[in-house]
Ligand binder design. Structure first.
Ligand SMILES: [Zn+2]
Length: 545
């Protein structure tokens, strides 16, 4: 597709001025300051960015293939390397999306081929394009139905932008346009991308980080009744969502969103969309949306409904914790190497802790079910020999090589999961802070501080030391001994911390044969709690126990 490059560039510059990416505003500010202090030889023309206009079509969904045409121009260099990301933020594994690229070629304005060279697995180099406009054309072949990669079949298309759109190093902050040629038999497109006013199925992103943060779901989709929390609209759109009581489900989801928003006290988006991609496993968080595997037909049992609410609370809370309240390394992203951090136990583990709290505070479960959430994690950790080998920080950093569920095969039992131990540390931290402050402060205050101080004010992520420092500022005491359970594989002394909130663990062994013994802990109240213990417990539960 061809467009007048001059008018398109003008539009793009306006777009860039009008849209702000909250995430990396700080970097942009620094850039602007540097530019304004340079000599005048840097005229405004030199900061005009290249044009990226993508057209995506799905001419034959039964082949599981979709087609991409990138129309680009405005390059001041003669040779440019286009790259496919190797992973997507939210799923911390190398996916090598370039394996799915087929039939790639480049052509100039006259439709003639321009030589294109693949210089490594995910990089294509093109020469002779200075000040010229040209098209890069390729297919993406999909094969696996999964939340972290694109998948197309005859009924729907789930498109992961990092699995779809090539970028150029040094130009990730360039605005991007995407036009989707929809299959005529499909009725809807769901995405967090901003629609271009007056155009059909045309979207924009202020930069590639925003583009890669907005998956696209296309098909005959069903949208449930939207709801407002603090005046902001929340939508639920899905493919093949199944048979269930939609009103009951949306009522519960609204309580979840309200309960999560109350933790931070701010809604940082204009609209939020839950995008249900069909039955399967897993979900991935984004700034103004989440994609979730979803099968409503399962929701008729109370247990399954509770699991679903935990899952939705977790994915939703991530728009705070990891998308905005984030580790230093998790943005701007390194799409080539991955963005490794010691702090996934905060981003993921504390999101599990908060999923439990959000559902409890929403009034959807009783105390017993709430306690069982923690018992599951404690029993998994305590029956895994890996707890003596790997710390939470190591598990966070090593997930890229250990895999999402820790080491497998012969090395099984040598690693832990931050999804299991993380929420336990969340609980201990919360109780330690409440105890040190006579229940005046809680872990919520830590999350609020990180949000306002690092995301809003400093506009960057926090380091390992800054996370501990924030907890200690809120607690008003040193938490060094508690953080040993984060940095080392030291065995956890649960009861010291649980007692702060009038709770304790009771242990039962399920077998008299010591070699086969599996530990089974239950979480219970202590008898005769003092008034602070009772205050903490009641405040934590949000009700008189
Ligand atoms: Zn998560």
């Amino acid at each position: 597709m061809k467009k007048s490059s001059i008018s398109q560039i003008t539009n793009q510059v306006e777009l860039q001025q009008n849209q702000s990416t909250l995430l990396f505003k700080g970097f942009k500010l620094i850039l602007i300051l540097i530019i304004t202090t340079l000599p005048v030889i840097y005229s405004p023309a030199q900061v005009i960015k290249p044009l990226f206009f993508y057209t995506l079509s799905i001419p034959n969904p039964t082949t599981h293939i979709y087609h991409i045409e990138l129309h680009t121009s405005g390059w001041s260099k003669d040779t440019v390397q286009f790259k496919m990301p190797r992973w997507m933020p939210g799923y911390y594994q190398i996916m090598d999306y370039s394996n799915d690229v087929n039939n790639i070629f480049a052509k100039n304005d006259q439709g003639r081929d321009i030589p294109l060279k693949r210089i490594n697995k995910n990089t294509w180099e093109i020469t002779g394009i200075k000040s010229k406009s040209f098209d890069l054309v390729y297919d993406i072949k999909t094969s696996r139905q999964f939340v972290a990669n694109s998948y197309i079949d005859s009924n729907h298309a789930y498109l992961i932008p990092a699995n779809t759109f090539l970028y150029v190093d040094g130009f990730l902050d360039t605005p991007v346009s995407v036009k989707i040629i929809n299959n005529p038999s499909w009725n809807k497109i769901a995405t967090g991308l901003e629609m271009v006013k007056g155009k059909t199925n045309e979207f924009t992103a202020s930069d590639f980080d925003i583009l890669y943060d907005c998956p696209i779901l296309i098909g005959n989709l069903e949208e449930l009744s939207s709801f407002k929390v603090n005046g902001i609209e929340h939508r639920f759109i899905g493919y093949n969502i199944g048979t269930f009581d939609r009103t009951n489900f949306i009522n519960k989801l609204k309580l979840i969103v309200k309960s999560a928003v109350d933790i931070i006290g701010d809604i940082p988006y204009n609209q939020y969309t839950f995008i249900a991609i069909g039955p399967g496993r897993g979900g991935i968080e984004h700034l103004n949306n989440t994609t979730i595997s979803f099968d409503g037909s399962q929701l008729n049992s109370e247990e399954e409904m509770n699991k679903m609410m935990n899952f939705l609370a977790h994915e939703y809370f991530h728009h705070f914790n990891v998308k905005r309240i984030r580790p230093f390394e998790v943005g701007p992203f390194d799409y080539d190497k991955g963005s490794k951090t010691n702090l996934l136990w905060v981003s993921e583990g504390l999101s599990v802790y908060y999923e439990y709290l959000i559902v409890k505070r929403a009034g959807l479960i009783n105390n017993r079910i709430f306690f069982e959430d923690f018992e599951r994690n404690i029993n998994t950790v305590e029956n895994n020999p890996g707890r003596l080998y790997q710390s939470l920080t190591q598990a966070s950093y090593n997930t890229w090589k250990d895999g999402p569920f820790g080491k497998q095969g012969e090395e099984r039992g040598k690693s832990i999961s931050y999804y299991e131990k993380g929420p336990i540390i969340g609980l201990l931290l919360d109780f330690a802070i409440r105890n040190a402050t006579q229940n005046e402060k809680t872990l919520d205050n830590v999350m609020q501080y990180l949000y306002w101080e690092y995301y809003k004010k400093k506009q960057r992520g926090f380091t390992d030391a800054e996370f501990q420092q924030t907890c200690e500022i809120i607690a008003g005491v040193s938490l060094t001994s508690l953080f040993e359970y984060v940095y080392t594989a030291k065995e956890i002394d649960y009861n010291t911390y649980l007692n702060f909130g009038g709770l304790k663990l009771d242990l039962k062994l399920n077998d008299t044969d010591s070699a086969k013994q599996k530990k089974k802990y239950t979480l219970n109240r202590i008898s005769n709690p003092n008034s602070l213990q009772l205050t903490i417990l009641n405040s934590w539960l949000g009700e008189q126990y």
